[in-house]
Design a protein around this ligand. Structure first.
Ligand code: FEO
Ligand code: CA
Ligand code: CA
Length: 620
């Protein structure tokens, strides 16, 4: 397996059998797809007749974020436009206190050191101000075995401490940052610095609390769960908490029965322990709860959204009302009537887009700590005519706890539309509309249960698209919406058909596999990619993974940043004064060809960079 760790999608391909057929809702592709311009007209006309289209909101005044777009690049560095500067702020293995040794490039540390240091593969993040201090909270999604165990000949965990080091590289990192002489630095020994790991305690809240499906030998009440891991994207609530999303949790479970292990139907749908195998971290070696033959319900305790307090004053909780699947991010907005709405993607080929609507309303002056504990969960149906609706999972005819624990199955029963891997959702702060990145899907049009449809119109889709929807009555809690295609990524230098992409994709801004999406306060849509960086054939001219800025009004897209070799760009937030943008660089050199950020022969390290304007102006 030297230097040959499969990506999670490759691993899922190997592990996961055909899922049960969907309920057959997806209509035959009408050959109608919504490109910019035509799309807007089409959607407007359509909705006027349906009577659900809100009037086009007045465009909010925007800060006019100006920069000269940059070219694609394959350099092992961060590229940004003239007039901006970048600085590496936080790296995997940077210690949070002065009593822990700094990162050792030879050993890559121990489990004990890793538990006191910044986790690996930073992903979703947000900045919070706690008692006047800047606290950056971020997910540590996973770890690359060939890097963290690169000191071992096998590039695999060889000792129990190796296994536990890998485990401690997962979870969340909380770190206080301060700006000194124009540079952001870690405040070592800050009381706000801490880690949440796969061993930290969480309280279960919501309808599945106490469910038999969540009970294990160490938690007969089904109310307390250890740990969060494979935290991908995130969310920030208006009441100041951080949401971390458990994505590919399935890859951490194995069976002591090995190839004789018989999966349940639910384990098949969620891709758990096929042939008794995990993704290769061997956690069951030191922690028996990751052996599904010993703890068959342990996988049901993961795959949730967790809510944590950046200040550490509240008990971290698992939010069962938001359903269990491979959560990408959690975009939280307040609807017209005050209900909290959380948009949620399930990132797997042919899975779904979800929406949670709280039972109670947000109280700007009050305690909102239980707002996400109760509510209803919906899944999206995209019609080929540009309309759509949210289908209530309670109509699946399953018990309340089953509906949430096995949300994927409930969603299939109610007739949701299979999507091309829903990644991040972002809601426009100046207009009632939201966007989802559908990253790619080689099974589209290939597998019977994933036929072409207007929102997912390309067979074997290698490039991905960004779909936008406008809720009826300017209300995120409304059950109907109109949708259009904001951008279909593609390569106009290689193709002249649908694979060329939508009208707003050209030789100068082309990219593939949109993943991270976030709006800045000025209403610019930032697009981050996790795609094919071969820069060859259908991907020629796209270079390394990157970040682009999209204008929701005009559809124009400009490239702002290109990352180092073999990285993914993911995670984005801003300082309170909006003069610094923090961008995540995940797994540089995942295939062994980067030494970023330190250069020379250094071990490549996932890092967060700060970007500012040289004139000290606002940056989003
Ligand atoms: Fe962790 Fe779907 O990206
Ligand atoms: Ca992602
Ligand atoms: Ca991705």
């Amino acid at each position: 397996m030297k230097n040959d760790m499969p990506s999670f999608n490759e691993w899922d391909d190997m592990q996961q059998p055909e899922r049960a057929a969907d309920t057959g809702f997806d209509a035959v592709m009408s050959r109608r797809y919504f490109l910019r311009g035509a799309a807007m007209l089409g959607a407007s006309a359509l909705v006027m007749s349906a009577g659900v289209m809100p009037s086009i909101a007045t465009a909010a005044s925007r800060a006019g974020f100006k920069f000269n777009p940059i070219a694609a690049s394959t350099a092992d560095t961060i590229s940004i436009p003239d007039g901006f500067v970048s600085q590496v702020v936080v790296r995997w293995g940077d210690t949070l206190n002065t009593s822990t040794p700094e990162f050792d490039h030879n050993t890559r540390g121990t489990a004990a050191v890793q538990a006191e240091a910044v986790g690996d593969n930073n992903d979703g993040m947000d900045m919070f101000v706690v008692d006047g201090r800047n606290v950056l909270v971020f997910n540590n999604e996973y770890t690359n075995r060939n890097i963290i165990f690169g000191n071992r000949a096998s590039e695999l965990p060889e000792t129990d401490d190796d296994v536990n080091k890998g485990k401690m590289a997962h979870g969340l990192t909380f770190v206080e940052l301060k700006e000194t002489n124009g540079q952001w630095v870690i405040v070592k020994d800050s009381p706000l610095n801490r880690r949440i790991t796969p061993d930290s305690a969480f309280e279960v809240v919501g309808p599945a609390r106490g469910s038999d499906l969540l009970k294990t030998s160490s938690d007969a009440s089904g109310t307390r769960i250890l740990g969060t891991f494979n935290n991908c994207g995130n969310g920030k609530t208006p009441w100041g908490t951080y949401l971390a999303c458990e994505e590919n949790f399935n890859g951490y479970f194995s069976s002591s029965e090995g190839e004789n292990y018989q999966q349940t139907d639910a384990e098949k749908r969620y891709g758990i322990a096929k042939d008794g195998k995990d993704w290769g971290y061997a956690w069951a070696q030191t922690d028996a709860r990751f052996d599904v033959s010993k703890e068959p319900n342990e996988p049901n305790r993961h795959g949730w959204v967790v809510e944590v307090d950046p200040a550490g004053r509240q008990q971290p909780v698992k939010l069962t009302a938001l359903g269990r699947f491979k959560h990408e991010n959690a975009e939280c907005v307040i609807a017209k009537d005050g209900k909290a709405v959380v948009y949620l993607g399930d990132d797997e080929r042919g899975e779904y887009l979800y929406r949670f609507v709280s039972k109670n309303s947000y109280n700007p002056q009050g305690d909102n700590s239980t707002l996400l504990h109760e509510g209803e969960l919906f899944v999206a149906k995209f019609n080929d005519d540009g309309t759509g609706e949210w289908l209530n999972l309670k109509d699946a005819g399953m018990s309340a706890d089953e509906t949430l624990v096995f949300a994927r199955m409930a969603a299939s029963k109610v007739g949701a539309t299979t999507m091309d891997r829903p990644e991040w959702v972002a809601a426009n702060p100046h207009k009632v509309e939201a966007y989802v990145a559908l990253t790619n899907n080689k099974y589209r049009g290939e597998k019977e249960n994933q036929p072409l449809n207007a929102a997912n119109p390309r067979a074997k889709n290698p490039y991905g698209q960004i779909v936008r929807w406008t809720p009826a009555e300017e209300d995120h809690a409304a059950d109907k919406f109109a949708w259009d295609m904001f951008a279909m990524a593609g390569n106009p230098t290689q193709h002249s058909d649908l694979m060329a992409g939508s009208n707003n994709i050209n030789e100068d801004n082309m990219f593939n596999s949109p993943d991270g999406l976030k709006f800045d306060s000025a209403g610019n849509l930032w697009i981050q990619t996790d795609g094919n960086y071969s820069n060859a054939k259908g991907f020629a001219g796209m270079g390394n993974n990157q970040m682009l800025m999209g204008d929701p009004e005009t559809g124009e897209i400009h490239r702002f940043l290109v990352g180092p070799k073999e990285c993914e760009i993911t995670g984005l937030t801003w300082s309170a004064d909006r003069k610094t943008m923090f961008v995540g660089v995940q797994h540089p050199g995942e295939k062994g060809n980067s030494h970023w950020p330190e250069g020379g022969n250094a071990v490549p390290r996932s890092s967060i960079v700060a970007i500012k304007r040289t004139d000290g102006g606002l940056i989003g």
